[in-house]
Design a protein around this ligand. Structure first.
Ligand code: TXA
Ligand code: MG
Length: 593
């Protein structure tokens, strides 16, 4: 992706930035010039290193947009969101001002919202960390590219946990987390150096509950990933870049591990852990009684039934009015469990290695055993997904039987991303003649906002049956090939691909520019002058951010529907990245029109 030649030049540039920062540090030229939008301090060194970094990167990558902490303001709109630099010329300005040594220079290259290259340089020691060729590397002062040494995370030993926390950000939540996790040591380290400690295997976890900006963590994330770790959100999926205002929410950076304990994420987010535990225990009891339970996943809320009961499975169809020919997704705790029910293929292995746990569903041949037959409802193929959401994982881990779960909405309607949506569809009684929704776990709004990507993995190349958060570009990148999509007649292959689906009550019209009668508007980005006075409207993302639009899509459709309008008109939404999945849902929602 980035050539060796380019890496050598970026390292040279980082060395120059190191010297420049160090010069200001030594000369005590660290006086505060001002405070920025977000109240962080600005010094002469920030400005000088920024100039040097931006000019240098521009020369090396003339066509790639650069987002730098130093010229970002909240009104900033950038154009090519698929490929851009995120740089923080001096991370840890407070360290710098206070004459502590842990400030760093940070460059990260983002593609499809994920970091593909990162470099962190520490001026005071001259050390540089970066990733290249799927490995993480370290260069010490005076060394050149060829002297680079591989660094790696060590496998986490949960009995002897070592954690890192931030110098200036010890919140109450973080204290709680620490007393729950009980590390044998916790170090206080400033700036992005924390990611380098993780990547070198010196520590296991860096939890963060207070806000950060994307350029603070993107380079560290990239290096850590190449060293065997990762940075995940509180619903267990890898942190994305190019989010609204470049702000991060809660995250957990971790070293090498098979599975993060569910409780590590739940504790990070959930203040009332005892009431959560009760919800979980009740849910397991109800599932075992063959009742239905609504639980959060990273995509949308699921309507779960225990997978070994014909009666429970049948009641999902009754509750949703779901056509009996539309099969369900079996959710399992991990891949090992999934292998009991589906015949894995090379394609399936590659995709799940990269995206499980997470918003990916794969279709495989069903294995020949009784539970597999039940889970696939007698079909020769089975849909399986290992969710990343810690609540879904807690349920699956404890109940030890796969859970079948469609989205928790009435069939053909809009999927639920909040508990209110579930209540609209199934309340106030939450039961019918032959179904009983006896427990709902409320966990706030779902991070992704649309359903998982469904991929047929039976052949040599994946076939995308339903677009989702894991985009066709991401998948075709892995396989180095164009990705096949099913033709119209494949409605029979995946019944959920029905042309009409995800529909609110109002008629939906897509790619709209001018107003029709009795309509509400779903906007995206800049609203044309002629429509600015519309009262019944919702803007999916005023800054034109597709990740935000994806997250808000379903609640926006439900919101506009609540006005009882006859029509919902949708502005054009770009067909790139996650925009493909958004357009796919809207197209099905608008099928009759
Ligand atoms: O994100 C999600 O996948 C959510 C959460 C709750 O996990 N679940 C979800 O389930 O969206 P549901 O039932 O709403 O959609 C399942 C999709 C449908 O399009 C269905 O036709 C397809 O998966 N599917 C299930 N089994 C299949 C099979 N054997 N072959 C092809 N497609 C299948
Ligand atoms: Mg659905």
């Amino acid at each position: 992706m980035i050539t060796k030649n380019k890496i050598v030049k970026i390292i040279e540039l980082a060395k120059k930035c190191n010297e420049c920062a160090l010069h200001h540090f030594r000369e005590f030229d660290n006086k505060l010039l001002s405070y920025k939008d977000d109240n962080s301090p600005l010094t002469n060194a920030d400005i000088k290193v920024n100039e040097m970094a931006v000019t240098g990167l521009q020369k090396l990558f003339p066509n790639v947009e650069i987002i730098s902490e130093e010229f970002y303001n909240s009104k900033f709109i950038f154009k090519n969101k698929n490929y851009f630099w995120l740089i923080d010329p001096i991370d840890g300005t407070k360290e710098f001002i206070n004459k502590r040594p842990n400030f760093t220079v940070n460059f990260a290259l983002i593609k499809h919202n994920s970091p593909i290259f990162g470099l962190i340089a520490q001026p005071t020691t001259g050390t540089i960390w970066y990733n290249f060729n799927n490995k993480a590397w370290r260069l010490d002062k005076g060394q050149n590219f060829k002297d680079s040494q591989i660094i790696q995370c060590t496998e986490i030993n949960y009995k002897k946990l070592k954690t890192l926390s931030s110098f200036n950000h010890r919140s109450k939540e973080l204290e709680d987390w620490m007393s729950f996790v009980k590390p044998i040591s916790d170090q206080n380290v400033g700036s992005s150096i924390k990611f380098c400690y993780l990547a070198e295997g010196k520590v296991d976890f860096y939890p963060r509950t207070s806000p950060t900006m994307e350029w603070d963590i993107a380079a560290g994330h990239s290096i850590l990933k190449s060293a065997g770790g990762n940075v995940i959100s509180d619903s267990g999926i890898e942190i994305k870049y190019g989010k609204t205002k470049f702000q991060n929410d809660i995250f957990l950076a971790h070293g090498k591990t098979q599975n993060i304990p569910n409780t590590f994420l739940i504790k990070l987010k959930n203040k009332n852990y005892n009431s959560y535990k009760k919800d979980l225990d009740d849910s397991i009891t109800e599932l075992k009684k063959e009742n239905l339970v609504v639980f959060p996943t990273e995509t949308v809320y699921g309507l779960g039934a225990i997978g070994n009961s014909k009666k429970a499975i049948k009641s999902i169809y009754n509750a949703k009015n779901r056509p009996s020919n539309n099969p369900l997704i079996a959710h399992t705790f991990n891949k090992k469990e999934a292998e009991k029910y589906g015949e894995f293929t090379r394609t399936g292995n590659i995709l799940t290695e990269r995206y499980w746990p997470g918003p990916l569903t794969i279709i495989l041949q069903t294995k020949k055993n009784n539970l597999a037959k039940l889970l696939s409802q007698g079909k020769s193929t089975i849909a399986i997904r290992v969710p990343s959401h810690p609540v879904a994982r807690d349920l699956l881990e404890q109940i030890k039987i796969p859970i079948l779960a469609p989205s928790a909405n009435k069939s053909g309607g809009v999927s639920p991303t909040e508990i209110n949506h579930v209540k609209e569809d199934f309340g106030p009684k939450f039961r019918g003649k032959d179904w009983n929704l006896s427990k709902i776990i409320d966990y706030g709004s779902c991070e992704v906002g649309i359903e998982s990507t469904v991929v047929d993995c039976r052949g040599d190349l994946p076939i995308i049956l339903r677009h989702g958060y894991i985009t066709s570009e991401m998948i075709s990148n892995i396989f180095n090939s164009d990705i096949l999509v099913p033709q119209d007649f494949d409605e029979f292959i995946s019944p959920g691909l029905m042309k009409s689906h995800y529909s609110p009550k109002a008629n939906v019209y897509i790619n709209q520019k001018s107003k029709i009668d009795d309509s509400a508007w779903l906007f995206f980005g800049n609203v044309p002058k002629t429509l600015q006075k519309e009262k019944i409207m919702f803007n999916l993302s005023p800054t034109g951010n597709l990740l935000q639009a994806c997250n808000l899509l379903y609640s926006a459709l439900r919101y506009l529907d609540s006005f009882g309008v006859k029509n919902i008109q949708v502005m054009p939404i770009p067909m790139k990245g996650i925009g493909i999945a958004i357009n796919d849902r809207l197209r099905r929602a608008s099928y009759q029109n």
